[in-house]
Design a protein around this ligand. Sequence first.
Ligand code: C5P
Length: 403
Amino acid sequence: MSLLQGKKILLGITGGIAAYKIPLLVRALIKQGAQVRVIMTPAATDFVAPLTLSVLSQNEVLSSFTTPGKDHAVWTDHVALGAWGDLFLIAPATANSISAMAHAKCNNLLMATYLSARCPVMIAPAMDLDMYAHAANQKNLATLAAQGVHVLPVASGPLASGLSGKGRMLEPDALLSELETFFGHTAPLKGKNILITAGPTYEAIDPVRFIGNHSSGKMGVALAKQAQQLGAEVTLIIGPTAIDLTTLSCQVTSVTTAQQMQEQVMAHYAATDIAIAAAAVADYRPKIRMDQKIKKNNQDFQTLELVATPDILAEMGAQKTHQFLIGFALETTDELAHAKNKLKSKNLDAIVLNSLQDPDAGFGHDTNKITYIDKDGNSTPFDLKSKDAVAKDIFSQILKNYA
Ligand code: C5P
């Protein structure tokens, strides 16, 4: 069941260009079984049509204090609106509206509803990079956060001004995840600490070259988001990746080498309830890291001498006390047998096998095809799916085993 099933979402839209993306969010929320009521500032109605939002939300869209009645205007009860919602999400939240919220300026229906709302409030800021970074705006955001408003991060990238930087509203799917995370705090993994390793590691040969692999970190990030949606406290330890980690709201530690990943993992391990090792850790590193770039014609460097990196997962297995430990196996031959051996030799509770045999599965792809193998050797194969859907499958299996 979706975490959003039956949830009442009051959705405030203020006048920024990112408003054009909100119909997609409304559609996704309705699809997940949520009820949605939309309130817009007058400026927002210039950016996105109220009719679109009313069709998608299956509710009347409100933007003024009164609506014309038979003989005279009828008052819109903003207090009742504020009492209706389980959560009030304001997205996009412009600098102007953030300022109005911070200063209790009741200049439109949305602000009146905000000031009278009793439910939790979440805002997704959206503005130009300099406006976002401006000390006055940051002060307003800090004021709201101190008052208990959930202030979401912004994403980096191209802005309507033509500039590029921090200020973009989170995309509708990221907003959806934030809402799921919010409602997930009453969910099955509430209070559990989950440690996830992800991405590749890079082992330096010299200042410009390294030994690495094609891991993108996408599977580990999908697992981290899913764990959060189930209410867990998530620590993600991730190697070099192109993924924008600034939009994640879990604890993220970026590392480069296997050694650094091991240090970070072991620092968190004692307090961990469930650990998932999705990282593709380099198995070897150069014995010597050269301080200067190795020249093309350097005859001494025709052969690279390697030493083993720490096997982080094996170390977690050896030191296991109460932790539920899940590894990944990427095999090319005799897959099931190798994965089962790994499960035993590393003292795991489960292992996720992904095969390179499938053209759209594994490294770098947005999709994956897995088989989940539990401690008793029971294997459950799944179809090729998006990595987000795979993460859901993995956690549904974990929840079956994990008391
Ligand atoms: O033994 P192999 O490298 O195939 O095992 C894969 C599993 O072990 C993955 O879960 C991976 O994250 C983990 N691993 C690790 N440290 C290493 C090598 C692998 O944690 N040095």
